[in-house]
Design a binder for this molecule. Structure first.
Ligand code: VGL
Ligand code: ZN
Length: 183
């Protein structure tokens, strides 16, 4: 069964020093770089908001389309990405899930490429990773969340654990990168 790696929002603004920096956000980069070449397809999502997004009523301004904050972390091997998705591009839209990308339909792309297994990693566990993984389960994919390649906002302590529980309960498989089998 063909597998895709889905790298959610590994962008400067979600890394330490960024506008919505996640603790240890940059630590996901080395494991993700190690995983990329083992998958049939590598897909990324990027938060890509207009400056007047309603989303900024809930969050500090981050990942404004075309800015440095919206770029990938500089150490991410982004040349290995087969499809780049942009989400949250409408000013009325939070766009937490990569399935809400506006430039390409992720579900159509996966279907065209006969991908049945989706391995989700990136930022942030308790928002965009969770929203993407839940949508993937709902869309019928075998959905894995790579637990050593994610990091959480943790607006409230323990939000990361709650998010993992919710993903597990709905049917995601929580896996460490070293446990992934590539046969
Ligand atoms: C995200 C908060 C706001 C995320 C995006 O990528 O998890 N979180 N926008
Ligand atoms: Zn956002």
């Amino acid at each position: 069964m063909k597998k895709a790696l889905l790298i959610v929002d590994v962008q400067n603004d979600f890394c330490p020093g960024g506008a919505l920096g996640v603790k240890d956000g940059d630590k996901v980069v080395p494991p993700i770089n190690g995983l990329m070449e083992r998958f049939d397809l590598v897909i990324s999502s990027q938060d890509w908001h207009p400056a007047d997004s309603v989303h900024f009523g809930k969050w500090p301004v981050h990942c404004v389309a075309g800015t440095h904050g919206a770029d990938f972390h500089p150490k991410l091997d982004s040349e290995k990405i087969d499809l780049k998705l942009y989400k949250g591009t409408d000013n009325k839209d939070d766009g937490y899930s990569a399935f809400e990308a506006t430039n390409t339909s992720l579900s159509d792309f996966l279907e065209e490429h006969q991908i049945r297994k989706l391995y989700v990693c990136g930022l942030a566990t308790d928002y965009c990773v969770k929203a993407t993984a839940l949508d993937a389960v709902k869309a019928g994919f075998h959905t894995y969340v790579i637990t050593d390649a994610i990091a959480a906002v943790n607006a409230q302590p323990g939000d990361d654990k709650k998010a993992l529980q919710e993903m597990y309960r709905i049917g995601c498989i929580l896996i460490e990168s070293k446990e992934i089998s590539y046969d």
